[in-house]
Design a protein around this ligand. Structure first.
Ligand code: 5AD
Ligand code: SF4
Length: 443
């Protein structure tokens, strides 16, 4: 068998795409290697959400170039969002690339590699898949290995929101949902192979069912139906868009025990002028009202978010509104970013007016603020018993296993005769950042 080396940058969608490419390539005669020096095929699945992500990728390819010079048979491919965004232009910067392929062609990876082997010519494949439907067909042969205790399942691709700062609508295209039957069948298979938790995945899962389906099912309906699948213990979804969050979805949190008590709900900013400029379609008050409604239907729900600091024109007091909103919600964790102008987005036409030093200082303040909130939330669990789905061995000294509680905190625990996939009661003894440590209680 030939060997493929795969490197993945960016979000969970990219991780899922890489896993899919690995599987398709496996059926086409490639096994995965972690040694790039021996690989016959190297694929870097890229991210272009911020400039830093792009820089990392260019420097990685600088290191890969000599491998291609040593072994002319090596196929070097750049896939993912940067490929979609830059397309052919990348060949100007990196003429040694054999393949440039956008996320809409994940299903075609084996075909693309075969064609390059046959013709010896490089290939740029960044057209959109124009078919109405989004399908990830089941392969006849079962995938190698087991899926692990927690598995991701794609339910929707693309994004139609066009937030002013974001490249995703340009790199991943329009929203298209997968037929519900295909999703149930994938979940049933994963559960048969040992998965206990499913995380439904998409850039904006709340828009599920709106486009691209023969038999549309609203998102909350999908949750109720997935919850019926025998053998499934836990259900989650990510990522959500506040304006598409319906009352029915809030009630799903109240009704479905299987839906874990955590929600990732990006807010980006706590200031109305900035939110409006970002085209988020809601005010800070509307976000806070949504959160209160959720908290009253799902007491104890943990909330996490994404924050951008230093958006064009952001004043000190507008930035302070973000800190205030974080405090009001009491996020258990946040992904916090400095604004980075992306080519082709509406915000990139505005002057990137907040100086780098100020962005840096605001980011530090946001990180420190979140650390305080995280500590406050962690104390809620101290001395309490939490249910943990064990995902695997812990690499933390003094602990044997790691998993997550319903609120999606990482938990390291000590305990004998356990295994991945078990759900155990754990007494929390300590915490550090967004991690809890404890011991399994005798069942
Ligand atoms: N600059 C900084 N952060 C960004 N994000 C998206 N685009 C940008 C950008 N241009 C962040 C948002 C989004 C997360 C995935 O990445 O917070 O929710
Ligand atoms: Fe980007 Fe906005 Fe779509 Fe999220 S909702 S992927 S931030 S455009």
């Amino acid at each position: 068998m030939k060997e493929v080396y795969l490197d993945t940058f960016g979000c969970q969608m990219n991780v899922a795409d890489s896993e899919r490419m690995e599987l398709l390539l496996f059926h086409s005669g490639y096994t995965r290697t972690h040694e790039k020096e021996n690989a016959d095929l190297i694929l870097v699945n890229t991210c272009s959400i911020r400039e830093k992500a792009e820089q990392k990728i260019f420097s990685l390819f600088g290191h890969l170039k000599p491998l291609k010079e040593k072994n002319p048979d090596l196929i070097l491919g750049l896939t993912g969002c940067l490929a979609q965004q830059e397309g052919e232009r990348l060949l100007g910067k990196m003429p040694f690339l054999d393949l440039i392929m956008g996320p809409d062609h994940v299903e075609d990876i084996a075909l693309a590699v075969d064609r390059i082997r046959q013709t010896g010519e490089s290939m740029v494949w960044s057209t959109w898949d124009e078919r109405k439907n989004y399908s990830i067909p089941t392969l006849e042969a079962p995938p190698p290995g087991n899926p692990g205790a927690s598995a991701f399942v794609n339910i929707i691709k693309g994004c139609d929101k066009f937030c002013s700062f974001c490249v995703v609508p340009f790199t991943r295209g329009r929203e298209k949902s997968r037929e519900a039957e295909e999703i149930y069948s994938e979940i049933r298979q994963l559960v048969d192979r040992g998965a206990k938790e499913i995380i439904l995945l998409g850039q904006n899962v709340n828009a599920y069912g709106k486009r691209g389906m023969n038999d549309p099912v609203p998102f909350h309906e999908l949750l109720y139906r997935v919850a019926e699948i025998p053998g499934l213990s836990r259900l989650r979804f990510t990522t959500s868009y506040p304006r598409d969050f319906t009352r029915e979805l809030i009630l799903a949190y109240r009704d479905l025990d299987i839906l874990m008590n955590h929600l990732h709900l990006p807010v980006q900013s706590g200031n109305d002028r900035i939110l409006n400029d970002m085209r988020r379609g809601h005010t800070a008050r509307e976000y806070l009202d949504l959160v209160s409604e959720l908290k009253s239907e799902a007491p104890g729900i943990a909330l996490s978010t994404d924050i951008i600091v230093g958006y064009p024109g952001e004043t000190e007091s507008e930035f302070q509104d973000t800190l205030k909103l974080m405090e009001q919600v009491g996020f258990s964790s946040s992904f916090m970013f400095s604004y980075s102008p992306r080519p082709g987005t509406p915000a990139a036409l505005l002057a990137d007016s907040v100086p780098e030093a100020v962005k840096h200082e605001r980011l530090q303040k946001t990180l420190e603020h979140q650390a305080r909130l995280t500590e406050r939330e962690a104390r809620r669990f101290l001395g309490k018993d939490v249910e943990v789905l064990i995902e695997g061995r812990s690499s933390k000294n003094g602990y044997e296993w790691k998993g997550r509680n319903p609120e999606y905190w990482r938990v390291h625990l000590s305990g004998a005769s356990l295994k991945a996939g078990d759900i155990v009661k754990v007494r929390v003894d300590e915490f550090s950042g967004h991690t809890l440590m404890g011991h399994a209680l005798d069942q």
